[in-house]
Design a protein around this ligand. Structure first.
Ligand code: XIL
Length: 314
């Protein structure tokens, strides 16, 4: 019997799922994670708050746990993420730093974390969510203090620390062509022109039935691929207002199939990752009031119509 991972591998791609350390006590969950998927991402374990909880004090316990599981199950590992404005440790959020100080902090963080995982990860989301919806730079501690050059610096430091990892920029609401994805298009073009190391763009893919399907997804993936970059769907989930019903689940299944086909249609689309695979552990209900049922397996670890639709599309 085949799996999503094996079907994706048939076209040299991966089909992955994010996971999180608290879920490692759920044996039934782990059984499916390790058999159905050929790639994984740590949902939280490699975020700054977890890897450098005190300044200069690094902790790789949680990341190592997820990586170890991936290796034992022959899954590739997308590492997420080195630079992001969310889930920063208090010492960084609450501190005041000069540009020189923050640059040194950033360099040390990237170098230490990427070096720890050197040679062991498929890719790094080096910078996550750098732009606003209108395509302007997001006003983060990094942008505010260091200016837009922090992105090129981060990419260079990551390359130095782990020359074999594919280096990505990653964001949400860039699935369709529009101001935000245009900003990435312009940025990666200019980074390439300056010989800054950048290998791919990650399209998170946090979709919601009420906002409509991003019809230009395939065209958008293709324009980035045509720049010589890899592209990937990195955090796919398709939420709806709950309770779910047969109609909503059928639309969701259709969307999962369409995203899968869009990736398959673009040669440089290397794979798809769902942001965990079961509604049991989805981040959606905690963050989006009244929404949920976003993943291809239900809360009892049973495949939903979306699962079958992905399989048929692969
Ligand atoms: C989410 C995690 O899944 C949650 O457990 C956590 O509480 C918040 O972050 N975009 C990203 C991910 O890049 O890191 C986020 O993950 C979801 C949105």
């Amino acid at each position: 019997d085949t799996t999503l991972g094996r079907l994706a591998a048939d076209t040299h791609r991966y089909f992955g799922s994010a996971t999180d350390n608290p879920e490692f006590s759920d044996a039934a969950y782990l059984g499916i994670l390790g058999s159905e998927f050929n790639s994984t991402t740590a949902g939280n374990a490699l975020k700054w708050y977890a890897t450098e909880p005190q300044q200069g004090v690094f902790d790789f316990t949680q990341g190592d746990q997820v990586l170890d599981f991936a290796r034992r199950h022959h899954m590739s590992f997308r590492a997420h993420t080195l630079v992001w404005h969310n889930q920063l440790p208090d010492w960084l959020n609450n501190g005041t730093f000069t540009a020189d100080q923050l640059r040194a902090i950033l360099k040390k963080h990237i170098t230490t974390v990427a070096r720890h995982y050197k040679g062991k990860v498929y890719s790094w989301d080096v910078v996550n969510e750098a732009f606003n919806e209108d395509g302007t730079y997001r006003d983060t501690i990094f942008y505010r203090t260091l200016g837009p050059g922090y992105i090129a610096d981060a990419l260079r430091w990551a390359r130095e620390a782990d020359p074999h990892a594919k280096l990505y920029l990653n964001d949400y609401n860039i699935e369709a062509i529009g101001p935000k994805s245009d900003a990435y298009y312009a940025l990666v073009k200019s980074l390439r022109a300056q010989h800054v190391p950048i290998d791919g763009v990650g399209f998170q893919g946090h979709l919601a039935l009420q906002y409509g399907y991003p019809d230009t997804l395939e065209q958008n993936l293709r324009r980035f691929a045509d720049l010589g970059l890899d592209v990937a769907i990195t955090e796919l989930d398709i939420r709806m207002y709950v309770p779910a019903d047969a109609t909503k689940l059928a639309t969701q299944a259709d969307w999962y199939a369409r995203v899968t086909k869009a990736c398959l249609a673009v040669r440089r689309c290397v794979g798809i990752t769902v942001w965990d695979y079961t509604d049991k552990y989805s981040w959606i209900p905690a963050v989006f009031q009244g929404e949920g049922a976003a993943l291809p397996y239900d809360e009892n670890l049973q495949p939903k119509p979306a699962y079958t639709a992905i399989r048929d599309a692969l």
